[in-house]
Design a protein around this ligand. Structure first.
Ligand SMILES: [Zn+2]
Length: 497
């Protein structure tokens, strides 16, 4: 009798599947958002349903709330090199609630036995809420009033530090940063339209991310995920911020590396941003549909990673190995611009007047990122060991570093700041120094230095951060602006051999 009962249960996985735990918002049919206090009980409950799920606390917010990660693995998480490691993280912006709800839905889905096939090729980590303090008061920023998605380079906030420490621990192959966009801007409404795409997706755009990864992400991954969304009746489009015709141009997002997507992409990760739609009240309007569409995008990326397991591991591993080679003659792009490709863009929109789907022709469409200033890649950057704030930055970034030991053949480049001009970067005016570089021998350099080799996984990130003329560098942040001073030597040096 007992034996038959067991067989009965095993034969009908649906019986077990029906037990997938409802998410806190899901159990109210999305009439409210999930509160911070409901996340831990939900995860504990989900963990009872699936032996493959573990919950970890990766860090704490400014106000000491826990940041949770749910990890799914059929073995020892992150240890099996035949598996693609996928990281999905949501709600860096506290007022973008559907990312969190979708992440919780996905966790619930992954406890279902019929989805466990994914774990034969994937290890999956899901962080539903990077910014719990912001979420509780439905505000974009964290409790220090910092925009976490502009903090991945300077890494001053506990939330972004926790996220990067978690990434560094496992070196994920695939990453997805989940957000919401607001389609209700005045400029667009005045033009008579608003964007109406349920899910917008962006691939890496920084030119220093390997071309193979950029192309694979844009040409293989995005079309797959967008097609899956369409099969599930959700509209999707490539992430295209910008202004309506006559007011500005449309581009494929920023190439800055201070956001979630690009900060991992610069470490040669197949890294994406997904943006669902805000409600008009930011909150519960259409929350169910917004969460389900976001969850479908996440889920489709998992399927893509499952289907392309071997190719993804090879591309990521090859491109990361290439980072560890000596610099050779390659160059680093430190300034770039958005350029057109001669084509116009037919952008799907909603007509405010008719309330119907429509399209608008974008003539000023700039999908290409073009480098306008490059530097020859040095062997290392040298930070004066008494330049505490930059040494501490290197520590926060978990960079490989060592005391600089001069060799007779070393050529050391110092940059003299002749003047400080400005330059437009995606609508912001930032510093643009005029520099006069000069080569010195080690004997001519009096201070002691910390050496940051460029041949490390975060070497390109470090180079982009430490170059004085970098559009994305530390000197473009208020905190580090003083490192650039008229008619002085820039304190950080470059080592060539
Ligand atoms: Zn956001």
């Amino acid at each position: 009798m007992y034996r038959y009962l067991l067989l009965f249960i095993m034969a009908i996985p649906g019986v077990i599947a029906a037990q997938a735990p409802p998410t806190p918002a899901g159990s109210t049919d999305f009439s409210k958002v999930t509160a911070y206090s409901e996340i831990a009980p939900f995860l504990a409950n989900a963990q009872k349903t699936s032996a493959f799920l573990k919950t970890t606390i990766i860090g704490q917010s400014v106000n000491k709330r826990n940041i949770y990660a749910a990890t799914f693995s059929s073995g020892d998480f992150g240890k099996d090199s035949t598996k693609v490691k996928v990281l999905i993280f949501a709600q860096q912006h506290g007022n973008e609630q559907s990312g969190k709800e979708a992440a919780l839905l996905l966790i619930s889905e992954l406890t279902r036995p019929e989805n466990h096939y994914l774990l034969s090729r994937l290890d999956i980590a899901i962080i539903p809420q990077v910014n719990p303090d912001g979420s509780e008061v439905n505000q974009r920023r964290n409790a220090n009033q910092a925009d976490l998605n502009r903090n991945h380079l300077i890494l001053t906030e506990p939330e972004t530090k926790a996220l990067h420490a978690f990434f560094d621990q496992y070196l994920f192959d695939v990453a997805l940063d989940v957000h919401e966009y607001s389609p209700y801007s005045e400029d667009w409404l005045n033009a008579g339209f608003r964007k109406n795409t349920q899910v917008a997706l962006g691939a890496p755009t920084n030119l220093n991310v390997s071309e193979k990864i950029r192309n694979f992400a844009a040409d293989k991954t995005l079309p797959y995920v967008m097609n899956q969304l369409s099969l599930n009746n959700y509209s999707s489009f490539v992430y295209c911020p910008g202004d309506p015709p006559g007011k500005g141009y449309i581009r494929h997002s920023t190439f800055d590396i201070n956001d979630g997507r690009q900060s991992f992409a610069i470490q040669q990760t197949l890294s994406f941003i997904q943006e669902g739609m805000n409600g008009t009240d930011n909150f519960v309007q259409n929350l169910k549909q917004r969460s389900l569409s976001q969850m479908t995008g996440m889920r489709s990326l998992l399927e893509f990673s499952y289907n392309n397991n071997i190719e993804i591991r090879k591309i990521v591993s090859d491109e990361r190995k290439a980072m560890l080679k000596e610099p050779g003659s390659s160059h680093i792009s430190i300034q770039a611009t958005h350029a057109g490709n001669g084509r116009q863009l037919q952008l799907p929109v909603l007509s405010v007047k008719t309330g119907r789907d429509s399209t608008v022709m974008i003539t000023d469409y700039r999908p290409i990122v073009k480098s306008v200033a490059d530097v020859k890649k040095p062997v290392a950057y040298l930070i004066p060991d008494d330049l505490t704030e930059v040494v501490e930055w290197a520590e926060r970034q978990n960079l490989i570093k060592k005391p600089y030991k001069p060799a007779a053949t070393d050529k050391i480049e110092r940059a003299f700041v002749q003047r400080i001009d400005s330059i437009d970067f995606e609508g912001d005016i930032i510093v643009n120094p005029g520099l006069e570089p000069k080569i010195f021998t080690p004997e001519e350099i009096s201070k002691t230095y910390i050496e940051i080799p460029v041949n490390q996984l975060k070497g390109l990130m470090a180079a982009i951060a430490l170059e004085p003329k970098s559009m994305l560098g530390l000197v473009t942040y208020d905190k580090y602006r003083h490192l650039l001073r008229d008619l002085t030597w820039f304190p950080i040096l470059k080592l060539y051999r």
